[in-house]
Design a protein around this ligand. Structure first.
Ligand SMILES: *[C@@H]1O[C@H](CO)[C@@H](O)[C@H](O)[C@H]1NC(C)=O
Ligand SMILES: *[C@@H]1O[C@H](CO)[C@@H](O)[C@H](O)[C@H]1NC(C)=O
Ligand SMILES: *[C@@H]1O[C@H](CO)[C@@H](O)[C@H](O)[C@H]1NC(C)=O
Ligand SMILES: *[C@@H]1O[C@H](CO)[C@@H](O)[C@H](O)[C@H]1NC(C)=O
Ligand SMILES: *[C@@H]1O[C@H](CO)[C@@H](O)[C@H](O)[C@H]1NC(C)=O
Ligand SMILES: *[C@@H]1O[C@H](CO)[C@@H](O)[C@H](O)[C@H]1NC(C)=O
Ligand SMILES: *[C@@H]1O[C@H](CO)[C@@H](O)[C@H](O)[C@H]1NC(C)=O
Ligand SMILES: *[C@@H]1O[C@H](CO)[C@@H](O)[C@H](O)[C@H]1NC(C)=O
Length: 680
């Protein structure tokens, strides 16, 4: 007995020891404010906002920051550790630089000491004298921007360096987007914060480098996957950190957050809490503009060229002043910010870009981004209330992280004075309303199968917003014109959360109700509060529209048919539901699905929120996993209409929260399933 006890105690001790050894190096810095235990050398420093700045704006400087203690990297028997690291970095061009000013590198180094590089600070790793010497024992992943730097052909690039500034493997920065199955190009000199992951498997000897912009999750494929045995590079103890240098172009290199772990996946950074460096001010004092002009003047000495240059400079400065960002401090803390200049140029000053539509929130343009050639839709919201904008952008930044194949992804935003610009994925097949209500104008029609696929898709999108993301997101403005269609005719919700902009009003006590008449749940007019359940109501209205091919309210129709929901309920109770089916479909539709969609529309549009199904239930009905009972539908048709007459109130309905138990209290045979289509 005692022996067993002793044995298990020893086992526990051994296990604890191994775990302790294995987990000993695991750290995370979500920002560097107040951090004193990093070894910072040369130009490296932590800014007041808590960003690790590797280089300042001087030319030819080095900056290094290393984790203070060494990491056992080469284990007995020439085995290397596995490691994983992730960090967010940003390279900002100084106002006087025109191109790449070297770059930064994540590094394993046998020493923390800054090398004296002689002529050339190769990213602060070594100099020309010892470049390429295997006694360096340097492993680095470089994020380099050096244009025309002797060894490189392209401008921005990612490379794996072993003892040498010439990379053993390199790639242009981009990331793989699994939703479009394509690569999205990145450019370090755009100045956007970027997210990097570096992982090394010490057993399989594979190194992966992955890059992405901040608003996307870690891509499923790495940018570089390179087989390399680091046993010869690593010494027993190595230091880990960052190194950077500037050349003749003094760009600043920043790290916002860093996480590292030996034997295991590095902890994810909390992106929402990371600090970001101040953007170089383009408002600039007139003196910096003058010196800018002066530099240009010197380079061109011939008088005629000087004159031409001066004119060009004046024009340039005027354009620059027009495009100058008027950035307030807080704006810098939210990711996904686009430079106004880029959007302005891409739309030729919002004059040329193709106008896709005008909505309640503003005009939408199709824009081709110059950097990447990517097509995007830019929504321009003018005269937005200043009070709400900050909260709204905080929210938008977090919504930017929503990823679902039935949502239109927000790529970024940009604010300038009164203009708020939102950049979305471009949806080539426009919006659902054009097919449902305007097919006579544009000849665009949808078959029933297409309609049903769209409904199933957007139900999943809404389920994700309601239940599957980290917080409940209420869409608030579900309608056919907010259902956009991608290249494969999948339905995707746009504009989610946007209605909030108008609810953060000037007066906290008067809530502006947002929504569209005919889609808005009745309780909203009483409570003023949109909920997941009121979204379900709007979704119900949308189901009926898709089945009936008409809007919820059509003033030009005979009174009996004016309100779609009432008309559908009446026809349903009379067993004449075939009358409501969209005439454009003819006989070409699946009767069971049509019946289900109409019934589900009625159920979702119940006037009492507590009797509406959740989106999870709705998707089950649409997938045919559950059958919608006719009794429930009949009950809702009757109880809602009796409320309309004012003769009863909700309380007079026996236990109204569980409709299925009341099934038997309603007359049967009014509608039996199968009689739905009147024998068609
Ligand atoms: C760390 O843990 C892994 C398995 O989780 C094990 O293979 C390895 O030997 C451990 N390393 C040390 C140094 O204890
Ligand atoms: C370094 O400092 C940070 C905060 O100052 C602290 O959270 C962290 O545990 C420290 N790490 C080490 C290894 O001392
Ligand atoms: C940048 O850092 C270097 C080295 O620490 C220092 O000599 C130089 O004065 C700094 N330049 C600026 C503009 O702060
Ligand atoms: C480890 O590698 C070194 C250098 O490559 C070699 O000299 C040594 O014999 C190796 N040791 C083992 C145990 O394989
Ligand atoms: C590499 O560096 C070592 C030590 O610094 C030196 O002795 C050796 O000559 C160097 N080799 C070359 C090829 O420069
Ligand atoms: C590296 O990427 C490849 C390809 O995606 C993957 O199979 C492998 O597991 C990755 N290895 C590490 C260490 O992340
Ligand atoms: C894309 O990758 C993410 C994680 O990187 C994953 O959660 C998602 O399911 C993937 N989507 C598709 C369509 O494969
Ligand atoms: C990696 O290199 C070391 C030292 O040269 C060697 O002992 C080891 O066998 C190599 N590992 C693999 C998997 O090739």
């Amino acid at each position: 007995m005692a022996a067993i006890l002793l044995l298990s105690l020893t086992l526990i001790l051994i296990t604890t020891k191994v775990i302790a050894q294995n987990t000993s190096t695991n750290f995370i810095y979500n920002g560097f404010a107040g951090v004193s235990n990093l070894t910072m050398e040369a130009a490296a420093a932590v800014t007041t906002s808590g960003v690790l700045q590797l280089t300042n704006t001087s030319t030819n400087v080095i900056g290094r920051a290393f984790f203070p203690s060494s990491i056992p990297s080469l284990l007995p028997g020439n085995k290397t550790i596995s490691f994983s690291t992730t960090f967010v970095f940003q390279i900002l061009k100084s106002t006087t630089s025109s191109g790449g000013g070297h770059g930064l590198a994540f590094t394993f180094s046998p020493t923390k000491i800054t090398p004296s590089p002689g002529c050339c600070p190769y990213l602060g790793l070594f100099g020309r004298e010892n470049n390429g010497n295997s006694s360096n024992h340097i492993f680095a992943v470089e994020f380099d921007t050096a244009r025309g730097f002797r060894f490189f052909t392209s401008e921005s690039h990612v490379g794996i360096n072993i003892n040498n500034i010439v990379s053993v493997s390199s790639a242009s920065p981009s990331y793989y987007d699994n939703t479009t199955n394509s690569d999205v190009n990145l450019d370090f000199l755009q100045g956007d914060p970027l997210h990097a992951w570096i992982e090394y498997d010490g057993v399989l000897k594979v190194l992966n480098v992955t890059l992405a912009s901040l608003n996307v999750a870690k891509p499923s494929k790495p940018l570089i996957s390179y087989a390399t045995n680091l046993s010869d590079v690593f010494k027993e103890n190595m230091y880990v950190g960052f190194s950077a240098s500037t050349g003749t172009q003094p760009n600043s290199h920043y790290i916002s957050g860093w996480s590292f772990r030996v034997n295991g996946e590095a902890q994810a950074l909390d992106l929402s809490s990371l600090p970001f460096p101040p953007q170089p001010s383009t408002r600039g004092s007139s003196s910096s503009k003058l010196s800018n002009a002066a530099t240009i003047g010197i380079t061109f000495s011939i008088t005629i060229i000087v004159v031409a240059t001066v004119i060009a400079v004046i024009l340039y400065l005027r354009l620059r002043a027009r495009l100058a960002e008027t950035i307030e401090d807080w704006e810098l803390y939210y990711p996904h910010r686009f430079p106004y200049k880029e959007l302005y140029k891409a739309t030729k000053g919002f004059k040329e870009g193709e106008l896709l539509g005008k909505g309640g929130f503003g005009h939408v343009y199709k824009v081709v981004l110059r950097g990447t050639g990517e097509e995007v839709a830019v929504k321009r919201i003018s005269n937005s209330s200043q009070q709400g904008v900050r909260e709204f952008i905080a929210e938008i930044s977090s919504l930017g992280r929503l990823r679902h194949r039935h949502l239109v992804h927000l790529q970024g935003w940009c604010k300038r004075n009164e203009d708020l610009l939102l950049v979305y994925e471009f949806m080539p097949n426009r919006s659902l309303d054009l097919y449902l209500f305007e097919s006579h104008k544009n000849n665009m029609t949808l078959t029933w199968d297409q309609r049903y696929k769209i409904l199933k898709g957007i139900a999943l999108g809404l389920l994700y917003l309601h239940e599957e993301w980290e917080q409940v997101v209420v869409h608030r403005d579900i309608k056919a014109s907010n259902v956009l269609l991608d290249s494969e005719m999948n339905g995707r919700f746009g504009d989610f959360g946007l209605a909030r902009l108008y609810e953060h009003g000037d007066h906290p006590h008067t809530t502006h109700v947002v929504g569209t008449v005919g889609y808005m749940a009745p309780e909203i007019s009483r409570t003023g509060k949109a909920t997941a359940s009121s979204d379900v109501f709007s979704f119900g209205a949308l189901l009926l529209e898709v089945a009936c091919g008409r809007r919820p309210i059509e003033m030009s129709y005979p009174p009996r048919e004016m309100i779609l929901l009432d008309w559908v309920k009446e026809c349903y109770l009379k067993g004449k539901t075939h009358e409501v089916v969209d005439g454009k479909l003819g006989d070409e539709f699946n009767q069971e699905e049509m019946e289900m969609v109409v019934k589900l529309g009625i159920v979702c549009c119940s006037s009492r929120p507590e009797t509406r199904p959740s989106m999870r239930q709705v998707t089950k009905y649409l997938n045919g996993d559950e059958v919608l009972s006719d009794g429930w539908v009949v009950q809702l048709c009757e109880s809602d209409s009796s409320m309309d007459l004012g003769s009863h109130h909700g309380s007079s309905n026996p236990s109204s929260t569980d409709p299925s138990t009341n099934f038997s209290t309603y007359p049967h045979g009014v509608v039996s399933s199968g009689s739905f289509l009147g024998g068609r």
